[in-house]
Design a binder for this molecule. Sequence first.
Ligand code: ATP
Ligand SMILES: Nc1ccn([C@@H]2O[C@H](COP(=O)(O)O)[C@@H](O)[C@H]2O)c(=O)n1
Ligand code: MG
Length: 208
Amino acid sequence: MGTMVDASKDIDWSFPGDKKITVVFVLGGPGSGKGTQCANIVKHFGFTHLSAGDLLRAEKKSGSKNGTMIQNMMKEGKIVPSEVTVKLLQKAMLESGNDKFLIDGFPRNEENRAAFENVTKIEPEFVLFFDCPEEEMEQRLLNRNQGRDDDNIETIRKRFKVFVESSLPVVEYYDSKGKVRKIDAAKPVDEVFKAVEVIFAPFNAEAV
Ligand SMILES: Nc1ncnc2c1ncn2[C@@H]1O[C@H](COP(=O)(O)OP(=O)(O)OP(=O)(O)O)[C@@H](O)[C@H]1O
Ligand SMILES: Nc1ccn([C@@H]2O[C@H](COP(=O)(O)O)[C@@H](O)[C@H]2O)c(=O)n1
Ligand SMILES: [Mg+2]
């Protein structure tokens, strides 16, 4: 352990009591198009997009005491302990000033799900699930060219395994509660967005 003080211990993580917070979890396999579609939803429906993976990459880059652990976990496609990810999400939610959030790539496992619920007491409005065949996702990731260390075939295969073993059960959990909105994500981007738009139509009146 370094000498850095954990300032997060001094922060009041509670949201203002009278504010209704709307959370949509955005799930789907690696490369299914979560980030791409979230960018479209933000433009049309006034949500703030928070990608758990992006927040972890930023935390790693910031020189945080958790940087090496995050780097090692990501290289293996493993899920970072929820304590770290939930804190990053809560901080970003509070700092945004918004009350409508797309939480992309979270919860990735049962531990993520329980930790978020216990800490924030927020239930998602629904889960937007991008369903896409593995071969299509693999091709997309290999062609992504965004310089991500985990977009190599070895790590991609590990991420697929973690998705099937740990993340799909979370989708099934929410499905059993009638909360999953499933989208065929193998179609072209604009066609996928047409299906997404239908689901978000109730938020249109509030769009910015
Ligand atoms: N419907 C689509 N058809 C073809 N290519 C797509 C489609 N949606 C996204 N892509 C491309 O596939 C790649 C992966 O998309 P994106 O980054 O949105 O996926 P993701 O689900 O956020 O992946 P990850 O879980 O790895 O963050 C990008 O290069 C993107 O441009
Ligand atoms: N809830 C999460 C989300 C992500 N990770 C780690 O980040 C990697 C990349 O995530 P993307 O959503 O950007 O693909 C992922 O493979 C995990 O290693 C996590 O630990 N917990
Ligand atoms: Mg993404």
